[in-house]
Design a protein around this ligand. Structure first.
Ligand SMILES: Cc1cc2nc3c(=O)[nH]c(=O)nc-3n(C[C@H](O)[C@H](O)[C@H](O)COP(=O)(O)O)c2cc1C
Ligand code: SF4
Length: 486
């Protein structure tokens, strides 16, 4: 992963943990109305893909146990990992693109209800993504992938060479020579692997996205409702289809790209279709980017515009992330696909302890606060979830007290210690395992390996009944916790 060149080492701070009485009086542990539901406390575990589904995208026992373990900590809400809305093979990514996925997902809902005593709301993140190919071997690219057309021949001086000979010649060219002759997208395919974009209007399946996606999201949301989820989070963040529509880089010329109004049009149409499918008794909100953190990408004023539009449309919540784009991703090894959390924007999404002077904590607070203020200025009360490097009680409580956010999201801190919420509330803050922001978990995610935390995955491996990773070396869920003094 990219790291700021300063490489300043930052350490998560426990701050001062509250007593149980102080926690009971806090804003963090006070309820909040959220659409048709009520959050028992203002905490939220944002979506995190743990790579535990089957190759067919089905829920496994490991998926059920993963979420039940989070639910034991009794946070206000859990958002289940990004789950594919199409019925197409997508590797071990959870899917909701067909009714056959509903019974498996219902198992997760039941397990979370039971483990949290019904206290924790459960949402599922719905995702659509465009195709990205693995970076090809050089020989394969030049013999099979590269398109030889008249324009390319023209750039090579109008050559009439036999195609096979030309391919061989191109393969022997240096990177600098290729940069001069290959079109930018072909060069990108060679260096990074081919990646579709929402602006590829020459492809019918891309051109038709605005016609197809509202129905796909709506059907997926209806299945989520059927499975018993409290709500859905539309994934409009990071490197995926809907975020690409919102992006300033979206140059579609069909009324769904270009201006802010045009870029937000499909996300609003998707929301309308989803709302029509599930009604007002199911929560519908979205996660989108406060800032894309890439050259020419969307900025806080864009996000404020989108946030106001989503709030006005009637979304039940807005959750803000940042970065996580393909545009600045690191070059993958041949045979690997680019990963959107390897460049500077990826760092902004999941900042690590080696950082700049700003550090990895609370990096998204200022942008979130500005976007929330724009929504409030329109007289709209839509709850806003802030997230990014939050790990202690004082951070969380002061963000709420200072009216900077409505709900506190903790992703990696909840992974490091799913009992964070329960420990705090019962006055056992000193028992909390603080996240180191090492990004060991994110490294596993990148390789599509079962995600665990280095702070607990080797602990008590010999205990009976401990579920282990495929290689047997890591436990799959955090050890249990019970207070020692009541
Ligand atoms: C292993 C892992 C998987 C993640 N998967 C998702 C995901 O499916 N959807 C999403 O919106 N964000 C995902 N994220 C990003 C987190 O939700 C969160 O925005 C990010 O980790 C920053 O918050 P934090 O500092 O509290 O960890 C993932 C993060 C991690 C570490
Ligand atoms: S592996 Fe654990 S300590 Fe490291 S960033 Fe992930 S959750 Fe935090």
């Amino acid at each position: 992963m990219w790291k700021p060149p300063e490489r300043i080492r930052h350490t998560a701070s426990p701050g001062i943990w509250p007593t149980a009485e102080e926690a009971a009086r806090s804003r963090l542990f006070s309820p909040l109305d959220l659409g048709s539901r009520r959050l028992a406390q203002r905490s939220w575990i944002p979506a995190m893909v743990p790579w535990r589904a089957t190759e067919e995208g089905e829920v496994t026992d490991d998926v059920v146990e993963w979420y039940a373990r989070f639910a034991q900590g009794r946070p206000g809400a859990i958002v289940i990992e990004a789950t594919g809305i199409r019925d197409v093979p997508s590797g071990p990514l959870l899917r909701i693109g067909h009714d056959r996925f509903v019974p498996g997902l219902r198992r997760v809902v039941d397990a979370v209800r039971e483990a949290s005593g019904g206290e924790t709301l459960l949402l599922i993140q719905l995702i659509d993504f465009l195709r990205i190919r693995r970076r090809p071997e050089r020989h394969v690219f030049f013999t099979r992938h590269l398109r030889i057309d008249d324009a390319l021949r023209e750039r090579l001086g109008g050559t009439r060479e036999d195609e096979a000979v030309l391919r061989e010649r191109l393969e022997t060219m240096s990177d600098a020579e290729l940069a001069d002759v290959l079109p930018a997208r072909e060069l990108e395919s060679l260096r990074m692997g081919q990646r579709e974009r929402v602006g590829d209007m020459e492809h019918p399946h891309i051109r038709e996205l605005p016609a197809v996606l509202p129905g796909l999201f709506a059907a997926a949301a209806a299945r989520a409702r059927e499975a018993g989820f409290d709500g859905v989070e539309l994934h409009y963040a990071h490197a995926y289809t809907m975020a690409s529509f919102l992006s300033r880089l979206n140059d579609r010329d069909d009324g769904y790209g270009g201006s802010q109004e045009a870029r937000v049009r499909l996300p609003l149409e998707v929301y309308d279709a989803v709302r029509a499918a599930v009604g007002t008794d199911t929560l519908v909100g979205c996660r989108f980017l406060a800032e894309e953190c890439i050259d020419g990408g969307s900025t806080v004023p864009d996000a404020a515009f989108y946030g106001r539009a989503f709030a006005k449309a009637g979304m039940d919540f807005i959750s803000l992330s940042r970065g996580g784009k393909f545009e600045d991703a690191a070059q993958p090894k041949p045979g690997w696909a680019a990963y959107p959390y390897t460049g500077r924007s990826g760092y902004e999404c999941m900042p690590q302890y080696l950082s700049d002077a700003g550090g990895p904590f609370l990096r998204n607070v200022e942008p979130t606060t500005a976007i929330r203020a724009a929504i409030r200025a329109d007289g709209l009360r839509t709850p806003v979830v802030v997230c990014g490097g939050i790990h202690n009680f004082q951070q969380a409580e002061s963000l709420l007290q200072e009216d900077k956010a409505d709900v506190i999201g903790l992703a990696r801190q909840a992974l490091a210690d799913p009992d964070w919420f329960r420990k705090l509330r019962s006055g056992h803050g000193e028992d909390i395992r603080l996240c180191r922001y090492s990004n060991y978990c994110e490294g596993l995610d990148q390789k599509h390996k079962q995600v665990t935390c280095e702070l607990w995955d080797r602990e008590g491996l010999e205990e009976p009944g401990v579920a282990r990773s495929h290689d047997g070396r890591r436990r799959l869920v955090a050890p249990g916790w019970e207070p020692t003094n009541g």
